[in-house]
Structure formats: C-alpha cells, structure tokens
Design a protein around this ligand. Structure first.
Ligand SMILES: Nc1nc2c(c(=O)[nH]1)N[C@H]1C(S)=C(S)[C@@H](COP(=O)(O)OP(=O)(O)OC[C@H]3O[C@@H](n4cnc5c(=O)[nH]c(N)nc54)[C@H](O)[C@@H]3O)O[C@H]1N2
Ligand SMILES: Nc1nc2c(c(=O)[nH]1)N[C@H]1C(S)=C(S)[C@@H](COP(=O)(O)OP(=O)(O)OC[C@H]3O[C@@H](n4cnc5c(=O)[nH]c(N)nc54)[C@H](O)[C@@H]3O)O[C@H]1N2
Ligand code: SF4
Ligand SMILES: [Mo]
Length: 680
C-alpha cells in the first residue's frame, strides 16, 4: 500500500514547510516539500530533507527510563510508563507540599512549533499545579519588545512580496541558512534588477552571494540605524506625507539623530562614513525597498533598541505603502488564535498556590538552578528543549543540573546532554507521529498535520504525556480530558477576522490556509499600526546607543583580558542542537573562524587547535583563518551536543547570563573571549 500524506515541518524555523510524505506499508519512505505550497515551493532545506533518518534512527528513545548512574553520566534502566508516571506524580506532589508548587519549574522551547505540543496540555498542567511560570525569552523577546515599541504589533511584509522589491537589506539575517524559502523570491527580485545587501559581523553563505556586505561591529546596529536616519532626515529624503499622517514624535527623532553624525557612527559600527551615507541614500530613494531583519541583531545588549530603531526606517521612507516594501522580522502575531483558551492560565487560581505563580527567565537557568531561593527550584521538567547545551553560561547550567536534590524529568526523542542529567527520561513522538496545528513566523499560512506514521516503541506526544500525568496526580478538571480536536476547535474559535472561515474541517481538507489578511497584505500602508493611537512610534528616548559592556568598546577590564568578540550564530545545516547526534554537526560546530589580523600575532594557522576562553569557561576548537569575520571578531557555529565533544563543552560555556536592554533576552552575541593556540 503506497499513499502520499500531508504533514508540516515542526522545527523552529520561519518557513514552516508543507510536507508530502510517501507511506509504504505504514512506513515513511520519502519526504519532500509540497510543490503546491506558495512558500515551500516543492523543496526542503538540507537538514530536513534527511529527516527520515532521524525518524527511524536506531538511537531514538523508545521507552521510559530511570537513572542508575551519576547525573550527567547517562546510564539508565528501562521502566514502564506506569512506574515513571507514579514516580513523577509522587515526587512532584512531595516537592509541592514541602516547598510550595513554585519549586517546580517547567522548561520548554522550540522543539516543535505546533500549538498543542508546544504550549497546550503542558501549560494547563503546570498552571493547575501552581508551578513557576517560565519566561520563554531565549530566542526572540528582545526583538519582539523592540518591534512592539515601534509598530505596536509583530507582523510585516509577506515573503511572497519580496519578488517585487528593488533593494533588499538582509540585516542580521542569514537567509540561505535559516530562512531558505525566502531565497527564491530574492532570486526572482534580483533577476528583475534588485540588489541584495547583507549587514552582519560574519560573512557566510548569504553574505558571499550578496551584492554588498557590511561588516558591522557586533551589537552596534542601533548606531548604524541612527546614522542612516541622520542622513535620511538631514537630507530630507523621508516621506513627509507618511510621517505626518501616520507617526508620532517625528520632530523629537529628527532632533535626536543629529547626535549621531557619521564620524561617530563609523567609530561605533566600523562602517565607513561614506558607506553609511550611500546606504542611507540608496535605501531612501529606491522603490520599493524591503528589510529582512532576523533575530541575529537582538541577541546583543542593545538588541531591543536596535530592532526598535531599524523598524522606524520603513516608516520614515514610506515603504510600507508599497507591494514589496516594508520589513519582516516575524509574522507570528497575525495568527490570532485563542491562546488563553488553550493554555488556561486561570487554572492557577485553583492550584494550591491560588494565585499567579512567579516568572522565571529561561535565559537565566544557571542562576535559577544554583541561586534562586524562596523557594529554590527542586524539580525541573524539560520538554522541547535541550538547556544543557542551548542556555547561556553552560557551566552554571550544568552545575545546577548536577544537583543531587534536583528532581529532573526530560521528555525527548533522543538522548541529549540534558537527558543525561535526568532522573526520569520519557520517550517523545516526532511531528510525523502526532496531530498538531502550526502557525509560522515567516509567512501567513496556517497549517494542519495529522499523524502520518505510528509512534515507535512507547513514544507519547507531549499532549498525551501531560494528560496522563494530570490524571495520575489527581486533577479532575474536564480540560485534562479534552481530545486534540476539541483543543484545536477551541483554539481556532477566537472570533478574529484573520481566522474567519478557518475551521478544523477546512484545515483537514486543505492542509494549509492563508489567513484572511488581504491580498497583497499591506498591513501599514494606511497607518493601522498596533499602537494605542494606531501610529508608528518614532520616540527616540529609548534609543541612546551605548556599546555593549562585552564588546571592544565596552568595559575596559573585560576587553583588556578578552579582546575578541565572539559570535556563535546558527549552523547552516542544523537546527539549534536538534541534529546533535549527526557527525556533521560535530564537525561544523568544532570550528572557530578568525581574521588574519588576529590569527597572525597569535601564530595561529588554519587547522590549529585553539583554546577559546573567558572568565566563564573555555573550549577547544579548530581554527579557520579566512575572511569570514573582520579583525577583532571571531565566530563559531552553534549549537553542539557537548556530551559528544571531546572536551565536553559547547559554545555556551563562553556566553553570559547578562540580559538584553528590553524583553529579558539572552546576549549570546555580546561575548568577549581570548584565543590562544593549544600548546602555547
Ligand atoms: N539552519 C538553521 N536554521 C535555523 C536555525 C538553526 O539553528 N539552523 N535556528 C532557527 C532559530 S531558533 C532561529 S531564532 C532563526 C534565527 O535566524 P537568524 O536570525 O537568521 O540566525 P542567527 O544565526 O541567530 O543570526 C543571523 C545572523 O545575525 C548575525 N549577527 C550576529 N550578531 C549580529 C549583530 O550584532 N548585528 C548584525 N547585524 N548581525 C548579527 C549572525 O552572524 C548571523 O549570520 O533561525 C531558525 N532556523
Ligand atoms: N550560543 C548560542 N546559543 C543559542 C543560540 C545561538 O544562536 N547561539 N540560539 C538560541 C535560540 S535562538 C534558540 S531558539 C534556542 C533553541 O533551544 P531549544 O529550543 O532547546 O532547541 P533545540 O536544541 O533544537 O532542542 C529542541 C529539543 O526538543 C526535542 N523535541 C522536538 N520535538 C519534541 C516533542 O514533540 N516533544 C518533546 N518532548 N521533545 C521534542 C528535540 O529532540 C530537541 O532535542 O537556542 C539558543 N541558544
Ligand atoms: S527547517 Fe525550515 S526550511 Fe527546513 S523543512 Fe523545516 S520549515 Fe522548511
Ligand atoms: Mo530561536
């Protein structure tokens, strides 16, 4: 029996691809991009085109297990689901009684973007328990806060419109690596004469293929945006009509940017005055022009303000008016589902706590596990995430995870570094094995996926796992009995115009449905920003630029000891640590890119083993001396499974728990290090 079934890629990627899976006698034998989908366009990224390897990998976790070795050692024995559920229920109950339920901390992030398995039954369960709430900041909250400050809402230009653009700025956006389905639209635009410029301290595949690359100093994008505004407003290249009708605080901004003359901007950003001026003029006078801003910019200390400032540019030049104009950081807020109904925060009132639980920032996990008090974290429940490798300050995180008095549950598909620290490991399904509904953060199509293959072994979906746990722990509310379809019907029933006419039946029939956003979607062509007054906010008050503490212009004591700025960007053929079991992942994340100016004085040549270190930790990498970074900046693709690395470490031994200016995000890319040749 051969059949072709629809599915959706659940990985944490803006593209949310529509998949076609060929099933032969119950087994998936082929996976490809749906040619009928307007964004997927029949192809997949390199990593997921091989996803069936992962699906049927001999190392998939298939049964619940209990730890028998030391924490971190990775020795386990098989147990039954019954035994696992009993033990988890009794330990969580015991901890809640002794320390209060806030001593229990859930930890989840981007393993799946599905609504149900990403933020469904799990949220209900932890709310009813009265557990600490997790502030899910590790990726995008600084940018979200910055974008909201300016536009009041988090959506923008749809990818399908990039084909009409004449100038595309990829700003902290490694499109070919992390958002490859935007690329065909850029190719089409370039065929019609468009130019592509990249702004990034690291020049990788996208930068190499661009018409021009700007090596911006890490974390200095705010200064660059202010410099561009200085030119645009100083030379009156802005769209006076748009600004008058649809913005507030224009005069204040115009005054403010006079403080950023181009000499100052050059000193801060490393980009020459003439280049900044030319870029600003070209940006303001080319029509239409679009910015693909991605999250690279906001993983630095002033990242929130940088996003707020960059988001002002399309308003100043009026490019929101045009098809192929504007800016995209995320499209996610257009998916106006009934999240409250799904997550049921009101259940906290019937928890033993009786009120809203404390919020623990996931980007400060090391701190939370080693220093948090009143109450301390006594139980950690991890799913959809691998914090031992992805969270900053890895040494602190692992120190916390190694605590004998911490009860840790990890639900996983594979034995990750975090799973090595678990007391109980539970086997999880993949997106090919469970029902879910998907939003996207890089387009406007909502998509439905039913299981296409049966779960192997005793794997259970997150929904089923938390349903069973709720029962075991004794929760009586009907919401814990709901089926997937009941949860989805509630989720879709938000009454919002963007979702009108989109119900389960239609999603099951069509698999992917474009939101009712109008075609073409020009969200702010006539104002309609998400701010209280509907206007774009040009308020400059939060925009004063200060170089990151951890930068070559930052704190003197730090930069004297650790003079190089380290960027650990996404690995092109991976997905954070998700494919950490692959040998390619080990190879690609074992490299440190250096500029000759930094390698020379250290007598480092390509192929040398080098020690990269700062006060938080150190790791050994293989040097590659090339033109990928400017002098003073080094880069190493993230994130590997440190459990497999010879030195047992990953790039987050080096990164700090310092947070961004707004949004409480991590500052992965504001990180000073020193590098030396091993043996020196
Ligand atoms: N192949 C692949 N795709 C992925 C992922 C993956 O791991 N691998 N991860 C997914 C996830 S979780 C996310 S959030 C997205 C992220 O997608 P992107 O935001 O595109 O990825 P990043 O690597 O975080 O950052 C993008 C670029 O910003 C640059 N950058 C770093 N610091 C600065 C800075 O201060 N200024 C400027 N202008 N640029 C800077 C980096 O060098 C990098 O090239 O990608 C998703 N897609
Ligand atoms: N140095 C450095 N660190 C970074 C970054 C960086 O650029 N540099 N990027 C940061 C960013 S942007 C992000 S988003 C985070 C990502 O951090 P995470 O969201 O933790 O991402 P992954 O490492 O991909 O881990 C996801 C895990 O979820 C599991 N999983 C997948 N589906 C399911 C499921 O249905 N159920 C269960 N129970 N498990 C499932 C997968 O097997 C995988 O091990 O990393 C951050 N860390
Ligand atoms: S990771 Fe992204 S590009 Fe690759 S298949 Fe999934 S959604 Fe598509
Ligand atoms: Mo992310």
């Amino acid at each position: 029996m051969i059949a072709v079934r629809h599915s959706v890629c659940a990985l944490d990627c803006p593209d949310a691809c529509s998949l076609l899976v060929t099933i032969e006698d119950g087994r998936a034998v082929k996976l490809r991009g749906n040619p009928g989908h307007p964004v997927t366009q029949g192809f997949l990224c390199a990593k997921v085109s091989r996803y069936l390897e992962r699906e049927y990998h001999p190392e998939r976790l298939l049964h619940p297990m209990r730890r028998v070795g030391a924490k971190g050692e990775g020795r386990f024995e098989r147990i039954s689901w019954d035994a696992a559920l009993d033990e988890i229920a009794s330990r969580l109950n015991g901890i809640a009684e002794e320390f209060g339920p806030e001593a229990i901390l859930p930890y989840s992030y981007g393993g799946t973007l599905g609504y149900l398995n990403g933020s469904g039954m799990d949220r209900r369960f932890f709310h009813r328990l009265g557990a600490s709430r997790l502030d899910r900041t590790i990726c995008a909250t600084a940018g979200a806060a910055g974008l909201t400050q300016t536009n009041g809402v988090r959506y923008g230009t749809e990818p399908e419109q990039f084909r009409h653009s004449k100038l595309i700025l990829a700003w902290g956006a490694n499109i070919l690596g992390t958002n490859v389905h935007l690329w065909p639209f850029i190719v089409e635009a370039r065929r019609r004469g468009a130019r592509l410029y990249t702004i990034d301290p690291v020049m990788r595949r996208t930068g190499r293929l661009a018409d021009r690359h700007y090596f911006v100093n890490p974390g200095s994008d705010l200064a660059l945006a202010l410099g561009m505004m200085h030119v645009i407003l100083g030379e009156r290249l802005h769209d006076t009509g748009f600004v008058q009708q649809y913005s507030t605080d224009f005069d204040k901004l115009r005054q403010f940017v006079t403080k950023y003359p181009l000499e100052r901007v050059q000193a801060l950003t490393g980009i020459g005055q003439e280049e900044v001026a030319a870029l600003a003029r070209e940006y303001a006078t080319t029509r239409p022009t679009v910015i693909r801003l991605n999250y690279g910019v906001q993983r630095s200390e002033r990242g929130g303000a940088a996003v707020a400032a960059i988001a002002m540019l399309p308003a100043l030049v009026g490019s929101w008016r045009e098809v192929g104009g504007g800016m995209q950081l995320s499209t996610s807020q257009a998916f106006h589902v009934n999240r409250e109904g799904l997550e049921m925060p009101e259940l906290q009132k019937s928890s033993p706590l009786g009120w809203e639980a404390r919020l623990v920032n996931m980007s400060l996990l090391g701190h939370a596990l080693t220093e948090l008090d009143d109450p301390p974290v006594k139980a950690l429940f991890v799913y959809n995430s691998n914090p031992a490798d992805v969270a900053p300050n890895q040494n602190a995180v692992k120190k916390g995870l190694a605590r004998e008095d911490l009860f840790t549950v990890v639900s996983e598909q594979f034995q990750t570094t975090t799973a090595d620290y678990a007391d109980i490991v539970l086997p999880a399904t993949t997106f090919l094995e469970h029902t879910d509904l998907y939003f996207a953060y890089g387009h406007y199509h909502i998509q439905m996926a039913r299981p296409v293959v049966a779960p192997p072994g005793e794997c259970k979906s997150n929904v089923e796992m938390f349903r069973l746990l709720a029962k075991r722990i004794g929760f009586k509310e009907a919401c814990f009995e709901e089926s997937e379809d009941e949860m989805l019907a509630g989720l879709l029933n938000s009454g919002h115009a963007f979702l009108k006419g989109i119900d389960l039946e239609r999603l099951d029939r069509e698999h992917s449905v474009r939101l009712n956003v109008g075609s073409p979607f020009l969200p702010f062509a006539e104002g309609n920003f998400g701010t209280a007054d509907g206007k774009v906010s040009l308020n400059p008050e939060p925009l004063e630029y200060q170089p990151p503490v951890e930068s070559r212009l930052g704190a003197e004591d730090l930069r004297m000891m650790f003079p190089l700025e380290l960027i650990t960007p996404k690995n092109d053929d991976s997905m954070n640590s998700t494919f950490g079991n692959r040998a390619e992942q080990d190879r690609e994340t074992a490299v440190l890119y250096l500029n000759t100016a930094d390698a020379g004085p250290r007598r480092i040549e390509s192929g040398d083993q080098v020690r990269v270190f700062n006060a938080r930790g150190s790791m050994v990498l293989r040097a590659e001396v090339n033109g990928v970074t400017a002098a003073g900046v080094v880069a190493s693709p993230a994130v590997r499974w440190s459990r497999k690395a010879a030195d047992g470490r990953g790039s987050n031994v080096l990164t700090a728990e310092r947070l961004t200016d707004i949004g409480g995000g991590p500052t992965f890319y504001s990180c000073l290090v020193q590098v030396e040749r091993c043996g020196d």
